[in-house]
Design a protein around this ligand. Structure first.
Ligand SMILES: Cc1ncc(COP(=O)(O)O)c(C=O)c1O
Length: 415
């Protein structure tokens, strides 16, 4: 199955038919591990001219040979539709996370917007998880509201009780698991079962799992959003997003909306993202292992009230993580015991390895205090002390541990 797409001539169904003009691996890649598929997907083909990687066409205009070709159905006539490198990137995404079509967007937030614009209905209502990514909440409370779409926020752990909130006006349910900053896990299959029974589409922000550690489509989700800026890009140098659709009909709707909105991704950014994907599963495994080591060590520290890491048995939703995920990303939270502001400042500003920064998923470790940006309206966030979020990079875990230990010592000296 193929469907016409605005970000390239075709969006391919995973494994059954990889993009014909860029993939020499036209066969079924499903027998391989994700790590191997990430290396093979979207490679080669006649356009690559023998090179391992696809060409980067810096293009706007495409010149067409014939009059018929100018208006011929299904022909790519403008580079906003995407070139070979976009097609290769989309193939790679589908190989890794499954789904019937991948549509690219110029950032993760643009991908959230694209998914919402695809299902938005004037006068409709969407149910959005209270622990969603902050700018997703801003999008719902501002632009979507102006366009006539109402939003109701629901507690992350609602499970099948989502049914109690649904009305005839409900046109979509938005999930994110784990939640941004506070790391609650959702019972995704319980929620999607209710939604499917009522014909209400679901959208999940699956950026945390990178589409590697969680399979949204196996769990009944219709649209999966990936901020490729994070683990796929992996090097803090690119902003790209994707909406991945469970079936061809939904992929067509997303592609049409993307065309209507005029969204595009530069060939250079698509190339960088695809290059990141080649090493993503390996980076992710290293970052995942280091993050768990650090999380376990942090649990033993007197300065810490709670570590919010789904792979720790102490996490309240650990059973859901063990049931639905095959791994954990390198991003987790921790609640400190109460600490004075000067102590927190001394700790956070003095690290040799951890930098203060809002993104995550790159090769470099980051830390942020989260309290100033937490907004919860369905269920209050309560904690024993300040909330921090750590994104673990590729530095050696021993060095990161020493860096954090020195931070605790600075905090003690400043209290
Ligand atoms: C969970 C989540 N979704 C989406 C995004 C948005 O991605 P981008 O920064 O590419 O817009 C982010 C960025 O931090 C995020 O954390």
């Amino acid at each position: 199955m193929t469907d016409p797409g605005p970000n390239g001539a075709r969006a391919t169904t995973r494994r059954s038919q990889p993009a014909p003009d860029v993939s020499r691996n036209a066969g079924d890649l499903s027998r391989f591990h994700p790590q191997t598929r990430a290396v093979l997907a979207g490679r080669g083909g006649p356009l690559a001219d023998g090179a391992v990687n696809p060409p980067v066409h810096r293009a706007s205009t495409l010149v067409i040979d014939t009059l018929d070709g100018l208006y011929g159905e299904g022909k790519r006539t403008y580079a906003l539709e995407g070139m070979a490198v976009h097609q290769a990137l989309r193939s790679a995404l589908l190989e890794i996370s499954g789904g019937a079509g991948a549509t690219l967007a110029p950032s993760g937030l643009a991908a959230v917007t694209l998914a919402l614009m695809t299902i938005a209905r004037d006068g409709g209502e969407i149910l959005v998880v209270d622990s969603c990514y902050g700018p997703t909440r801003r999008l719902c409370d501002t632009l979507m509201k102006r366009l006539g779409l109402r939003t109701r926020y629901y507690p992350a752990r609602i499970g099948e009780r989502i049914a109690d909130l649904m009305t005839t006006e409900t046109c979509a349910v938005i999930l994110e698991s784990p939640g941004s900053l506070t790391f609650e896990l959702q019972d995704v299959p319980a929620i999607t079962a209710v939604c499917r029974a009522r014909g209400v589409p679901t959208i999940i922000d699956d950026t945390w799992s990178a589409g590697v550690y969680f399979d949204p489509f196996k769990h009944g989700v219709d649209l999966s959003v990936q901020a490729l800026t994070k683990y796929q890009g992996g090097h803090a140098d690119v902003l790209v997003g994707a909406v991945i659709s469970a079936d061809a009909a939904m992929a067509q709707r997303v592609n049409r909306t993307c065309r209507e909105m005029g969204l595009g991704v530069s060939a250079d950014d698509a190339y960088l993202t695809l290059r990141g994907i080649r090493t993503m599963p390996v980076r992710l495994a290293a970052q995942s292992a280091a993050a768990l080591t650090l999380a376990q060590w942090l649990e033993t520290r007197a300065e810490i009230a709670r570590v919010l890491h789904p792979a720790l048995p102490s996490h309240p939703d650990h059973a859901i993580w063990a049931r639905d995920f095959t791994g954990a990303a390198g991003l987790f939270g921790l609640v400190l015991r109460p600490m004075t502001k000067p102590a927190l400042k001394a700790m956070l500003e003095g690290y040799a390895l951890f930098s203060l920064g809002f993104s995550w998923g790159g090769y470099e470790s980051l830390i942020i205090p989260c309290d100033p940006q937490i907004t919860r309206t369905a269920e209050a966030w309560t904690a024993e002390g300040p909330l921090l979020r750590l994104s673990i990079g590729l530095e050696h875990p021993d060095d990161l541990m020493a860096d954090l230990a020195e931070g605790f010592a600075r905090a003690a000296a400043a209290s």
